[in-house]
Design a protein around this ligand. Sequence first.
Ligand SMILES: [Zn+2]
Ligand SMILES: [Zn+2]
Length: 263
Amino acid sequence: MADHKISIHQQDAKKLAAGYSRSFRLVEILSIVSFFSMTAVLFYRVSHQLNDKPWLILEAFIVGYLLADFTSGFVHWMGDTWGSTEMPILGKALIRPFREHHVDQKAMTRHDYIETNGSNCLISVPWAFGALFIPLDSSVGLFAAVSIGSMIFWVMMTNQFHKWSHLEESERPALVSFLQRWHLILPPEHHQIHHAAPYAKYYCITTGWLNWPLHKLRFFRIAERIVTGLTGLIPRKDDIGLYAALATAPTQSAPLEQQTQRH
Ligand SMILES: [Zn+2]
Ligand SMILES: [Zn+2]
């Protein structure tokens, strides 16, 4: 698909970094506080069932971890592939960090706790709120509440795991290196597969466990074909430039590629 002759056109790193606004930072702080408050209440509610149904809770907890890895991949794919930094509101707040990360991988290692984790708390807050209202007296309800609680907890941790995967070995706490070596959280070498242009595979960044199966299933390529078929949008156009995006898009964009080559 990709070839080394494709010329990738990315955006200016300084301009991307400058797009982090104070108002969005306030939203992030509120999201972090809301997220931890709601998760604490959920944990308290579930803790009463721990003695009665420990295996069910453990299973739901593991399912939540897998769901978080999938969610991390799906959200990352959406952010990398569609939209533009020029879009109102969403462009600066949600899409800009994805563009910045491909231009300057180390930028996120300089972000503080709020900038690293705020946006993931923001997307988790509605789920945490919903999970608080699930009745826990049935096994189905308990399983749903714990798996959602576990999923949003690991989604919240995802950017931290991602950040750790970009630290130099000497900068990483020993426990983090241990967890990475055992592939319990995202290992740095595994994640580097994503960081080769055109940045079109291995999107999962919680543990990365689902990267290989999703790649083999061509999951994201099929999703791109569907989106392009329905909307005409070209995947990765804003990230790597129109020409490279066309050259790496699933074959459906081939007629468009021929059109641009004529100009
Ligand atoms: Zn990416
Ligand atoms: Zn990365």
